[in-house]
Design a protein. Structure first.
Length: 204
């Protein structure tokens, strides 16, 4: 992680926030392009012992081997578009790291949401770096410490970039809560690095 970022997490992890990482005109263009061209779809997820529709639209892009399993579903990546690849490169420069995939979420209104969870799947490695770019309407992003019950709130606006790193996923869960406020669509691009599967040793 680049040293010129200020860690906004008080303990047990790292959070970096770059307000207006994309200026409004650039963010407007990206939102319009991704809203129109990404392969948005409804997905079933397995939570609390049953299958249900995810309360948002989703799609998964990345390198050919960046297969990602979450909520009981294995996702085969679609190939990078030129625009997604360009955004990835800019985010990598800002974060000082590399990514091979992106999970895109489309929150259509205030009823669409993301429940509390940690990005701690084994494919992400021990201390994953997750870079989250917000495009569209403003939404509240909340983190909750598993042990101390402390909340951290971030109001994510059009063009903001938030990066989670270090031990954060071990100690905090995060969510995008529902709201009764009238909300226009929001796109969230979460860049990740999927680790190759561990091969069994050939030693006998």
């Amino acid at each position: 992680m680049r040293s010129d970022r200020t860690n906004r997490c008080p303990y047990d992890g790292e959070i970096y926030l770059a307000k207006a990482f994309y200026a409004q005109s650039e963010a407007d263009r990206l939102f319009a392009d991704f809203y129109r061209t990404l392969a948005w779809r409804e997905e079933l997820i397995f939570i609390f012992g049953k299958w249900c529709k995810a309360p948002r639209l989703m799609c998964w892009y990345g390198d050919a081997d960046a297969v990602y399993t979450y909520s009981g579903v294995a996702h085969e990546p679609m190939p990078w578009s030129a625009e997604l690849s360009a955004v990835k490169t800019r985010v990598e420069i800002a974060g000082g790291c590399t990514f091979n995939s992106v999970l895109a979420n489309l929150y259509r209104d205030g009823r669409d949401s993301m429940g509390y969870h940690a990005d701690n799947e084994k494919e992400l490695g021990i201390d994953p770096v997750i870079a989250s770019l917000s495009l569209g309407d403003t939404r509240l992003f909340r983190l909750h410490h598993k042990k101390h019950r402390e909340n951290l709130d971030f109001v994510l606006e059009h063009g903001d970039l938030l990066i989670m790193a270090g031990a954060l996923q071990h100690h905090w869960v995060h969510a995008l809560p529902k709201t009764r406020q009238a909300k226009n669509p929001r796109i969230n691009l979460t860049f990740r690095k999927i680790m190759p599967p561990t091969r069994p040793s050939s030693d006998r």
